[in-house]
Design a protein around this ligand. Structure first.
Ligand SMILES: *Cc1c(COP(=O)(O)O)cnc(C)c1O
Length: 379
């Protein structure tokens, strides 16, 4: 079975974990600091703060930006639900914004401009599939309306230039992301003040940590704000350090496979359309394609599975979930809804090769043709 995503784990990760266990220190310490420094450096930043997940990081980024009850936050609906949940965690109201179009399924500035009110305080940009939102345009928009920007870069670890738009940018190391620590996340910012707040917020609002006190450099601590326990631990940081070294190579390979997909799809199934088809920089996190309208996607996915190819959907729009539908029943996002109805995510991870890409596209062509025949027979 060719799977949509797969973590690459092996002897290096096993050895790194064993080293932590033998060291006798497993909670947040020197390895977390080293991972933060290495991650920041790879992204051209001075500092980063490791957290227990991207969800936790998004929550803290909003707290650090002072977002709370009575505030509105612009969010895409074409994202993982965690992006929007974070807004509810701080008691603010998510305002769903449509995507630009099927070729650029990123949050639309034009629609955002229609939805800004005098209560809007922030926007969360999602670099969907690992392709970056338009930095200068969003910065100008945010400045014009006095908004904070948080980048949800869960798809974009290692993407050149990521993290330059927002007051804070949040990465995910969940098992299906471009690099993994099983669970984990990272917050980067160009503002040391934001990072300092996030650093305190992730550890109960305490002024010093167990590791510092253990080292004997400080004695006691104060609590200066309502914090959380969103720390990363040494085992995850050790995994992260190993994975980070491989990230650029893996992303190059994802780029190569993406270009192979684009060529092969155009040649074999031109009726399939490919978002971001001209974009050649990014983290190439997933391979989304759009099937023609009228295709029974559920059936297509089942047939693909029978051919040994797993597919997925990124994403069922957040506003279409029962929970969000009950909270915000009147949301209509025609471009997002049409995109999500047609979207199919094909396998993309560094363990695949160009032969696998051929296998996937050939299977897709066969299964689509089968559906077409069934449809023709009905007529
Ligand atoms: C995976 C993901 C998250 C959540 O990341 P976790 O580390 O699992 O909390 C948030 N936003 C997007 C777009 C994601 O893909």
């Amino acid at each position: 079975m060719l799977s949509v995503a797969e973590p690459v784990l092996g002897d290096d990760e096993r050895a790194a974990l064993a080293e932590v266990i033998d060291s006798g220190w497993i909670t947040m310490g020197a390895r977390v600091e080293a991972f933060e420094a290495a991650f920041a450096s790879l992204h051209g930043m001075d500092h980063a703060v490791a957290v227990s997940s991207a969800t936790a990081g998004l929550h803290l980024a909003l707290v650090a930006a002072g977002i709370g009850p009575g505030d509105e936050v612009l969010v895409p609906s074409l994202t993982f639900v965690a992006t929007v949940n974070a807004v509810l965690y701080v008691g603010a109201r998510p305002v769903f914004v449509d995507i630009e179009d099927a070729g650029t399924p990123l949050m639309s500035i034009r629609d955002a401009a229609r939805k800004v009110t005098d209560r809007t305080r922030a926007a969360i940009l999602v670099h969907y599939a690992g392709y970056l939102a338009d930095g200068p345009a969003w910065r100008a928009f945010a400045d014009a309306h006095g908004l904070a920007i948080v980048e949800d870069a869960a798809h974009a670890a290692g993407a050149p230039g990521v993290g330059r738009i927002g007051e804070a940018t949040v990465f995910s190391f969940y098992g299906n992301k471009n690099m993994t620590t099983a669970e984990g996340g990272m917050v980067v910012s160009q503002s040391e003040a934001v990072l300092e707040r996030v650093r305190k917020l992730r550890a109960h609002g305490m002024t010093t940590g167990t590791f510092e006190r253990h080292g004997g450099s400080v004695y006691g601590y104060d609590v200066t704000m309502l914090g959380f326990n969103y720390r990363m631990d040494e085992l995850r940081a050790a995994l992260g350090l190993v994975q980070l070294e491989k990230l650029e190579g893996w992303n190059d390979r994802r780029g190569l496979l993406t270009r192979a997909y684009r060529r092969k799809l155009r040649a074999v199934v031109p009726e399939i359309s490919v978002p971001f088809a001209e974009i050649d920089v990014g983290a190439f996190h997933i391979m989304p394609v759009l099937v023609p309208r009228g295709v029974d996607k559920k059936k297509l996915a089942a047939e693909m599975r029978d051919c040994g190819v797993q597919t997925s959907v990124h994403y069922p729009p957040v506003h279409s979930f029962t929970f969000y539908g009950q909270l915000f029943p009147d949301v209509q996002l025609p471009v997002t809804e049409d995109f999500a109805a047609r979207e199919l995510t094909l396998p993309l991870h560094p363990r695949l090769d160009e032969g696998d890409v051929d296998t996937v596209v050939d299977a897709l062509a066969r299964c689509l043709a089968q559906q077409q025949e069934v449809a023709d027979e009905r007529i």
